[in-house]
Design a protein around this ligand. Sequence first.
Ligand code: SF4
Length: 402
Amino acid sequence: MRLGAVRVTTAGQRGGGAGTRSRVNGQMELGGDLVSRSSSLPRSPAAPLPVLDQRARGTQFIELSVRSVLNTPASTHMGFWSINPYVGCEFGCTYCYARDTHRWVVERQGSGAAGQRGSSSQGESTATKQTAPLPSRPAALPPWEAFEKEILVKSDVAEVLARTLIPARLAGQSLVIGTATDPYQPAERRFRLTRRILEVLRGYHGLTIEIITKSPLVTRDIDLLQALSQRNEVSINISLATADPRLARRLELRSPVPAARLRALRRLTAGGIDAGLIIAPIIPGITDDWTGLARLMEAAKEAGARYVIGSALRLGPAARRRFLPVLEREFPELYERYRRHYATSDLASRSYQDALARRLNALRQAFGFAGDEASSRRKRRMEESARSGHAAPQSDEQAVLI
Ligand code: SF4
């Protein structure tokens, strides 16, 4: 995949206003491969959602007009507000829990419930303007693959945010950008929705804004982040599961390499932005060893991170269908334990998570990340949210794996 090499040539109605701007006819050139576009789409209620762009390898970018964009803490069961400009993600991490969110949104589009508020329980509750199916393909994709290849683009996200954001309703809680998909995924180069969200937020003060991303593209917006930081509390969470590039590639098909993410972290902190490392997910038996976590802490320290937080893998139904076959192929010795454990729960056991928290705390102490109390408190809230929903704790002795 060539990030940043997308060049679009169109022969249609570019610049025709928010409602028509993206519905263009023409051709898209991807590193020399020309891809024919579909012709203008009819505007009947039953028409499929419009395709804004597509890649040679089959990824489609599909426009989703929204009526609301802010997910409340009550709707997502997380301790903060959130907003996601995209649904689906080309990075294609095999463990990604947001696959369930994509499936939920797609099913609502097809079922006629899209115009009503609801909750995916995975971080997405916004209502859309229209009830329309996704464009049909010669062969329907399974949900795990649709997540990577049918990217829903909330093209009016910034306008809706500007209309609906009432700072008092946030009541001092964080607004997190990118809880259900990466806000700086490859689509952001083309659609710039995350940047437009930041431009809207620049008009406010006193907000607590966080971003979660795996992508160095976040550094494109350093100017905006610096401006935002002058009037708001802003922090950027760079997500990295392992510092080992070969291991990362076995788990994440198209994500930026670890070194690029650490460089981005360095650029952010050098630019005066509050930023830290989020080790997520920590994958039992694969990325949870002391040495690997210590390597990440050390790299974070070198990059000037203010904090390091982490949370264990959770696997919803759609994520299980994607991740377990990969696990069976790549880590067959772990497969049976995972299959048994995650058959009855989306989450790692409470005892595992407690043991992991102790390990992370010890490493934070060792690498000097324990001092910043204000930052740590805020980050712990995110860790707590990731751990919520457990049954009663099991034995504290069960410190290893699931
Ligand atoms: S980058 Fe984040 S949202 Fe995208 S596939 Fe990976 S885990 Fe999922």
